[in-house]
Write a protein that binds this ligand. Structure first.
Ligand code: ZN
Length: 391
């Protein structure tokens, strides 16, 4: 199916002006001020006037199988549904296990990634869970990366957290080395996604691995780096010295009251300090539990992270913080595509996958969503949904 979107204002994230955008075979096939001569059956023409076209969001840290369980079995959170991605404008997702690598397995995670792919999304996963030694699918990080298509990296490995496995420097270094070689051999990112807890050691373990090995900083992507002011300040220093950092957008008011830096603010302050926008990304931690512990570590309650928090953060960057569209888009699109080495994702250009959103020009509300050229939302209404969802 060929689609031609006429006269739409395009951000690649760079502003490209008002263009006609041609989509063929799931990819962007043409971008020009005027594309004519396609007036025949089989070409769907979409009026893009009054709309803004942006790349689909990339969410690099989602508990697609559900997560949590930190208050007992009934607190295990539910699986991600396709509609969660569509409503949040997330065309590419990276799934991971979390605290629980026992009742949720790598086998199930791979199957869920394939399910989301069958339903139209672009889905990848990390191998492992919070814990080291790592529980992989095939017995080794390198085998997982080289032999299993959706596996692109390792994570989320917990450090500096009372729920971590208290990993040793040598353990983390070995995993990062294996991820690096596995990534090189498979052409994947081989990224090591690190869950940073509230613990006193902060980024210390990553720094020790960097100091004691030849592994480059680019191998690590610490997340939840906005979880408190101390970790946030350290994370900015880390980013200024060449590291990459990730901010979590799912939150609850209590976390903010207790000192979490709101994700949008974290990015804006990072820019003000001189951190490159390409060194900062956002992920939602969608479907993860948001547990609230008291000062003795006793669980007080919990909520569920939402993939849609990514879009809410984007809107906050535009409306509350007044960022230009290009700067607001980079950490949701171009920067994660580079980090995850997803070469056909994260920008609008000829040959890229047809993953894009149409926003209403005045409100920036999501009106239309396309995953690899297939329309998933039209005029604000879902036109596709998951296998067991009803629309
Ligand atoms: Zn986490």
């Amino acid at each position: 199916m060929i689609k031609l979107i006429k006269k739409v204002k395009v951000f690649s994230p760079k502003p490209l002006g008002v263009l006609d955008v041609l989509i063929a075979d799931g990819r962007i096939a043409g971008l020009n001020t005027e594309i004519d001569g396609l007036d025949y059956d089989g070409v769907e023409v979409i009026d893009g006037r009054g709309k803004v076209l942006i790349p689909g969001f990339i969410d690099g840290h989602v508990h697609i199988l559900g997560g949590g369980g930190e208050g007992g079995y009934r607190t295990r959170t539910p699986e991600l549904m396709l509609s969660d991605l569509i409503l949040g404008g997330v065309s590419t997702v990276v799934g991971c296990l979390g605290t629980d690598g026992i009742s949720r397995s790598m086998e199930s995670l791979v199957a869920k990634a394939y399910a989301l792919r069958e339903e139209g999304a672009s889905a990848y996963i990390y191998t492992g869970s919070y814990r080291l030694p790592l529980q992989t699918l095939t017995g080794s990080v390198q085998r997982d990366l080289i032999l299993i298509d959706p596996i692109i990296g390792v994570g989320e490995i917990a450090i500096s957290d009372h729920r971590s496995s208290v990993p040793l420097v040598s353990e983390l270094a070995r995993v990062a080395a294996d991820a690096r070689v596995g990534g090189i051999l498979s052409g994947k990112c081989g990224l090591v996604n690190i869950h940073l807890g509230d613990g006193k050691s902060g980024l210390g373990l990553i720094q020790s691995v960097l100091d004691q090995s030849d592994i480059p900083k680019t191998q690590f992507l610490p997340t939840h780096t906005n979880r408190n002011q101390t970790i946030y300040n350290k994370a900015l220093e880390y980013a200024l010295s060449g590291g990459y950092i990730d901010f979590t957008t799912s939150t609850v008011p209590q976390f903010i009251e207790e000192g979490e830096v709101p994700a949008a603010e974290a990015y804006v302050r990072g820019l003000e300090k001189g951190v490159s926008p390409n060194h900062m990304t956002f992920t939602s931690d969608g479907q993860g539990s948001l547990p609230r512990f008291d000062d003795k570590g006793i669980l007080q309650g919990l909520d569920v992270g939402k993939v849609t928090s990514l879009y809410e953060t984007f809107i906050s960057l535009i409306e509350k913080h007044g960022l230009a569209m290009e700067l607001a888009l980079i950490p949701f699109t171009q920067a994660p595509a580079e980090r995850l080495n997803l070469k056909r994702k994260g920008s609008i250009a000829i040959g890229m996958d047809g993953d894009f959103l149409l926003l209403d020009q005045g409100t920036y509300a999501i009106s239309d969503v396309f995953f690899r050229g297939t329309q998933m939302m039209k005029d604000g209404n879902l036109v596709k949904s998951g296998t067991f969802e009803r629309i």
